[in-house]
Design a protein around this ligand. Structure first.
Ligand code: UTP
Length: 434
């Protein structure tokens, strides 16, 4: 396993195919400037002579590790991704799940007890909308006593540990920006009662941020502006950090990936696991019934007959209002970023390149005079891969309905919709003491 420090796996810091290894030879100045020249990015060495020896080495290393080819995606920034033919799909709905709940649950419990299920917490995001510089998971949503987002998630997972008597391996994805803080927070809080040797931390890759003209921004004179490359690269990052070997050694066959910000979600839910196993599919996706036809959520569908997710802005008015034979909306089930993937299917699709989404965001950078600015408005483009694009590479995916008020309390914003306030209300409704 490479770059492993105790339990904490140090990410390779790269986006493309080459893995940087500790001790490998770094680029010298001439090689770095040649690499930059081939991508039209020579300006990144503009302040090189002003830097200390250590800063110079850091910059050369970053230039070596960065995949500049992502910038080519900027040309597509205004183009909608090309989709195939979108048609509705069917979901396993609450009633059907209830009818077979015992069967699903015992299948799921057995798989968990056999060590076949692992969980992956996607915690590499920047949480910009929440407005805190800390990792989102360290955010305290308690009222009378502290209750951290990470704590909520571990509690949810512990319910399954208590039910099954099995400790589910938990892989936590971080990024360069929040890794150390995340790891030390878990340590300080004694992993909220989880078994330390069942948690692995790994870093996702970073991608450079560019201006309107495709020029990479500098965050400091000796540092490129970079940001995590989206949640879609999680499996590649897991593998690059040697954790796929760990997964194989432990006999894990299914991975439940979940977002950091949904404090109500069930993780490694035995009923969900059992339903996916019984259906013989390559993946399952937890979904909720849309609150209204125009809710801004991605919806499970078929694209050219394969599983896919259609974004709310890609639905035409006609599709939004379309009904199925039961009289329900045909595009009715929104994804909540909680998926169960077969590891072997993930390995098969791993080499497929995921689409790069170009998003405009606020990025700290140097101005023309070399002074650092923290813009109020989006000023730069970032490149992100998304989990939802992985779904279309699979042969099959089971949409599995969950009750919204019981399993969906996302914290995206500080106030208003999907916020700390709404999540607190939902937690209370579900019996949590805040
Ligand atoms: P969001 O799309 O809500 O992004 O992430 P975010 O970065 O957390 O928040 P904003 O948009 O900056 O306000 C959904 C999930 O994907 C993870 C997040 O941590 C969250 O669990 N994620 C996102 C990553 O792990 N890496 C990324 O690069 C982006």
């Amino acid at each position: 396993m490479e770059n492993v420090v105790n339990l904490c796996i140090i990410g390779a810091g790269k986006f493309e195919t080459k893995l940087w290894k500790e001790g490998s030879r770094k680029l010298n100045y001439t090689e770095a400037s040649e690499k930059l020249k081939s991508f039209g990015q020579e300006h990144l060495l503009r302040y090189f002579d002003e830097l200390s020896k250590e800063e110079q080495e850091g910059l050369l290393q970053q230039i070596e590790e960065t995949d500049f080819s992502v910038i080519e995606a900027l040309a597509n920034r205004d183009k909608a991704a090309k989709k195939g033919q979108i048609t509705p799909t069917t979901s396993l709905e609450i009633q059907e799940i209830e009818a077979k709940k015992d069967k699903y649950e015992s299948l799921g419990i057995k798989a968990i007890q056999d060590g076949k299920v692992g969980a992956v917490l996607l915690a590499g995001g920047m949480g910009t909308r929440l407005g805190s510089n800390d990792p989102k998971g360290v955010f305290d949503i308690g009222i009378s006593k502290p209750l951290y987002i990470f704590e909520c998630l571990i509690r949810n997972l512990m319910e399954v540990v208590e039910k099954t008597g099995a400790w589910i391996p938990l892989f936590v994805m971080t990024s360069d920006k929040n890794h150390d803080k995340t790891v030390s927070f878990f340590k300080e809080h004694e992993y909220f009662g989880y078994r330390e040797d069942r948690i692995w931390f790994f870093k996702q890759e970073m991608a450079p941020a560019v201006d309107e003209n495709g020029k990479i921004l500098l965050e400091e004179k000796g540092r490129l502006s970079t940001s995590p490359n989206g949640n879609g690269g999680w499996f590649v990052s897991l593998s690059r950090n040697g954790l796929l070997d760990v997964i194989h050694q432990m006999g894990v066959e299914w991975l439940n990936i979940f977002a950091v910000d949904n404090v109500l979600q069930k993780i490694a839910d035995p009923v969900f696991v059992g339903a996916v196993l019984e259906s013989g599919v390559e993946a399952g996706s937890k979904v909720v019934r849309k609150a209204s036809p125009d809710e801004k959520v991605g919806v499970m569908c078929l694209e050219d007959g394969r599983p896919s997710i259609v974004e709310y802005y890609e639905l035409t008015d006609e599709m939004r209002e379309e009904k199925n034979e039961k009289g329900d909306y045909a595009y009715n089930f929104g994804v909540i970023l909680n998926y169960l993937f077969s590891v072997s299917a993930l390995e098969r699709i791993m080499s497929h390149k995921l689409e790069l989404h170009v998003v405009k965001k606020q990025v700290t950078c140097l101005d023309g005079e070399g002074r650092q600015i923290k813009p109020e408005e989006p000023n730069a483009y970032k490149f992100e891969q998304l989990v939802l694009d992985m779904i279309h590479d699979l042969k099959s995916c089971l949409p599995f309905e969950v009750i919204r008020e019981r399993e969906f309390a996302p914290i995206k914003n500080a106030t208003g919709v999907d916020s700390v306030e709404t999540a607190r209300e939902l937690l209370k409704k579900n019996g949590a003491q805040l």
